[in-house]
Structure formats: C-alpha cells, structure tokens
Design a protein around this ligand. Sequence first.
Ligand SMILES: Cc1cc2nc3c(=O)[nH]c(=O)nc-3n(C[C@H](O)[C@H](O)[C@H](O)COP(=O)(O)OP(=O)(O)OC[C@H]3O[C@@H](n4cnc5c(N)ncnc54)[C@H](O)[C@@H]3O)c2cc1C
Length: 331
Amino acid sequence: MNINDYSGIWVFSEQIDGQLSKVSFELLGKAVELKKETNEEITSVLLGSNVSSLAQILINFGSDKVIIVDSPNLKEYKTISYSKVLYELAVKYKPSIFLIGATSIGKDLAPRVMAKLQTGLTADCLDLSIDQDGNLVQTKPSYGGNIMCKIIMPNHRPQMTTLRPKVFNPIEERKKAEGIIIKEDILVEEEKDYVILETIQQQTGGLTIEEAEIIVSAGRGIGDKENIRLLQELADAMGGKLGASRPLVDNGWIEPYDQIGQSGKTVKPKLIINVAISGSVQYMVGMQNSGYIVSINRNPDAEIITISQCAIVGDFKDIVPAITQEIKNRK
Ligand SMILES: Cc1cc2nc3c(=O)[nH]c(=O)nc-3n(C[C@H](O)[C@H](O)[C@H](O)COP(=O)(O)OP(=O)(O)OC[C@H]3O[C@@H](n4cnc5c(N)ncnc54)[C@H](O)[C@@H]3O)c2cc1C
C-alpha cells in the first residue's frame, strides 16, 4: 500500500428513515477542523433509498462532495450490503481519513469495512488531530478508561475511526453552499441471509437521554431502588430526564439505554445533576461536556466535585426532595 495514493476526509452520513442522524453533523464539524490542517476535501458518503435530497444539506454543513448510493436494498441499515458498498467506494476513491459515528450502526459497520480494506480502526475516539507527518492522531480512553491513549496509523490507509456522539459540536449551516454530488451506481443485491420482520421503536418515555436538556443522574450511593422515585420527582419537576451511572444498570434498576459513561451514552445537556455519584473516569467521560454540572454527594472529596460548577455536600435524601419542593413552590 502506498499511502501517498490516498487523500481526502470521508464522513459516513448516517441516516435513518431519511433523517440524517445528529452525529453526521458532529462528524462534519470535526472534519472541517481537520481540513484546516490537511487542506484535503471533505466527502460525505450517503447510503439509503430516496436519500438524494439530503445531499445539499450535507453540502450546507461543510461537505465539498457527497457520494450517494441510492438503492431500495439500502433502505434499512443492513450490515452486509452497507459494508460491501462502503468497501467498494473506498477502494475506488482511496480516502485518507474515514470518520464514522460510534452509534449502534457505526459500531457494527466500521470494523467490517476495516477488515475488508485490511486497514486499521480506532473505535470510540474522543478527539482527533493531525501530527507533523500528516497522520491522524486518534485519542481514546484505554485500560478501562483510566488513561487516554493516542493512536496513529502510519502505514495504512484509510485511517478509520469511530467517534462518540455528543463529543463534538455540530457545525453551523452555510447558506447556499456549493459542492459536488456524485451518484454511484453500485449493484446492491437483496440480502437473503436475514430479513427485518419488524422495527420496534425504543420506549424512552419521550426524549432520549442524549436529547434531554436537563438530566438528573442517579449513582450507586442512592442505595435502594426505591430512592429512584425521589430523583424521578426532581427530574419531572424540572422537565428533565433520569439517567444513571453503570451500577444502577447492572442492578437492573435503570434501562441500559439511560446509562451515562464510557460503556453507556455520551450526554451534553444544559444542566446535569449528579446524585450520589463518585466520579469515575468512565462516568465522567460521558458527561463532562455538559453545560452546567451540579453534584450532590456526602463526600466533599468526591472526584465528581472537581468538574462541577456547583457542589452540594450532604445526604441526597435531604437535599433532593428539598430542591424538588422549592421548584414546585416557585412554579
Ligand atoms: C471498562 C469499564 C467501563 C465502564 N463504563 C462505565 C460507564 O459507562 N458508566 C459508569 O457510570 N461507570 C462505568 N464503569 C464503572 C465505573 O468504574 C464505576 O464503578 C462507576 O461509575 C461507579 O458508579 P457510582 O459513582 O454511581 O458509584 P460509587 O463509585 O460507588 O459512588 C457512590 C457515591 O455516592 C456517594 N454517596 C453515598 N451515599 C450517599 C448519600 N446518602 N448522599 C449523597 N451521596 C452519597 C458516595 O460518597 C460516593 O461518592 C465502567 C468500568 C469499566 C471497567
């Protein structure tokens, strides 16, 4: 492989039911930053059925080019078809950098494309930059999240990476931007190995944890499943959503899709209230970019307090109902 044959920054534009996922815009935001260092064009790669109208949106949000593969057999995400198409496109166009969102789809897709291309992939990155040799520096938590390691791929291309949603800011829209739209005609056969019988929407009770602007997050220190009620009342009073650290999910008290952290969701609400959470690296990595961080903990030396704008030291059983009552009074 001659790495000099490869150039350009590719972004996989994830869409579900014809709607671009938010992470697609976050990846474009990061791609635009990388472009300032590499001066290479940004290409969004869009797969789906009847998705051509999304191309101009991607151009308005920073893409120089959009490559579309439109086929009825790409309507729903299917591992084999999507990975085959991306592989064929990457072989033809030889991108240097290939960014994919670390979503359920991206986590399934990226390693398969990587294996077909016989290149490398750094999963779940939190940051990217370019080194003096032009390699992509990919920063990700390692050893259980206790260290941040920087990975480069000096001998292989494309440099593939999955990036966690909600880590990067989405890019601002450019008005009437111009770009090139390429429609690629790739034969996509119907997948016969498996069929989708039914799609069931995840029941999140309204907003997902990633969409919520206010989160009350429960930690192991709440001690008893019954106490979740106190936190739910506070979340309800503020129009927020209940989240949790991992022990509560392990206990089966909270659904896995409401877990915050390295092995859960990355969130970026305007306000998060951490209740009885110590502040492990694995938890904080999932919420440290939140707008305003409040932590309630009876230990004044809890690590979570170091990243909080407001700390309330005491027993949550006294503090949480008092805040809920005050909010209700003010309403
Ligand atoms: C590979 C890997 C991935 C992981 N991924 C995640 C992840 O995604 N998310 C995650 O959360 N964890 C994750 N973990 C687990 C993580 O290491 C911690 O074990 C976990 O975050 C601890 O949760 P906690 O802060 O709720 O509990 P604890 O660390 O037990 O903290 C409880 C806190 O409650 C306080 N407290 C106790 N009683 C009260 C009271 N009455 N009033 C007020 N405060 C009180 C205590 O002072 C303490 O600070 C992961 C671990 C590994 C190895």
